[in-house]
Design a protein around this ligand. Structure first.
Ligand code: 15L
Length: 272
């Protein structure tokens, strides 16, 4: 099921990076309705373009390829780059060099807005008994979270210095359903993901805004009050899945850092 409004705002050409990734694959059919042409990108071949689509392959660390990628686009939904905790080298290439290449290309082509898939792992070392807002200091839980914090700072710089708007989405756990107790707090349905991305693309004024990407779950660790101007209204909740999740995972091991910190298993990964 897609969560489309009756009268969608249309872009001429929208770029979706990371189009063959987990969330990119979900967004691909959902974003089509909002644009005349959906430009899809990934570093490796992922098959042919469909109606209303075009494919431009690019490695984010390749400056020339990224410059060509952003030509003639009205807005970018940036889902590309490394999306898990990994050794530094791939993170440096995809999430640091790649982000600089993307924002430089946006500046040169005068692309006015980017929706950036940041991550909850920017604040993964807050505890699960704390409620965090985008104004709180970052506490990354690894190289990956650190690289996303860099991406948010880069977005802020390009807003302050060059007027390129960004909504940084600190995405929680966007999967078909919550897989464990942690995800009862961090889960975001695919329909809510679509609502969030579309709100971020279409809100009239965003400057650089940071918002947590999460459904309307009963338990939450994130306060999005300061991002209400984005107009994201989640409509799903992890609650219908609670009984099954708790039955599968009846005991919480409070000595395990993955059960104490918001970043879950990410806080114990590495060194590599
Ligand atoms: C992320 O940032 C990852 O991309 C995703 O695979 C999940 O692990 C998610 O965070 C999470 O925190 O559950």
């Amino acid at each position: 099921m897609l969560a489309q409004p009756a009268t969608p705002i249309r872009f001429r050409r929208l770029l979706l990076t990371g189009a063959a990734g987990n969330l990119g694959k979900e967004l691909r059919p959902r974003l089509k309705v909002y644009c005349d042409t959906l430009r899809l990108s990934h570093r490796r071949d992922f098959g042919p373009a469909g109606d209303g689509e075009e494919i431009v392959l690019a490695a984010l660390e390749d400056k020339a390829q990224v410059l060509a990628l952003l030509q003639d686009v009205d807005a970018v939904v940036h889902m590309g780059g490394v999306s898990t905790e990994q050794p530094w080298d791939p993170i440096l290439a995809g999430n640091i060099v790649g982000m600089v290449n993307l924002y430089e290309a946006a500046r040169l082509h005068r692309v006015p807005r980017i929706v950036f898939a940041s991550s909850n792992h920017v604040t993964g070392f807050y505890r699960q008994d704390e409620v965090v807002s985008p104004q709180d200091p970052v506490r990354p839980d690894g190289f990956y979270g650190l690289s996303k914090a860099f991406g948010e700072n880069l977005a802020q710089l390009y807003w302050d210095k060059y007027g390129i708007e960004t909504v940084s989405l600190r995405i929680g756990s966007s999967f078909p359903e919550p897989k464990d107790r942690r995800m009862l707090a961090t889960w975001m349905s695919f329909d809510d993901l679509e609502r969030l991305v579309v709100a971020a693309l279409t809100a009239p004024i965003v400057g650089h805004s940071i918002i947590y990407g999460v459904s309307d779950n009963r338990t939450t660790w994130w306060d999005n009050t300061s991002a209400r101007h984005v107009g994201y209204l989640p409509q799903d909740s992890s609650e219908p899945f609670r009984a099954a999740v708790e039955a599968r995972q009846p005991v919480i091991d409070r000595k395990n850092p993955a059960a104490v910190y918001q970043g879950g298993g990410f806080v114990t990964q590495g060194p590599f």
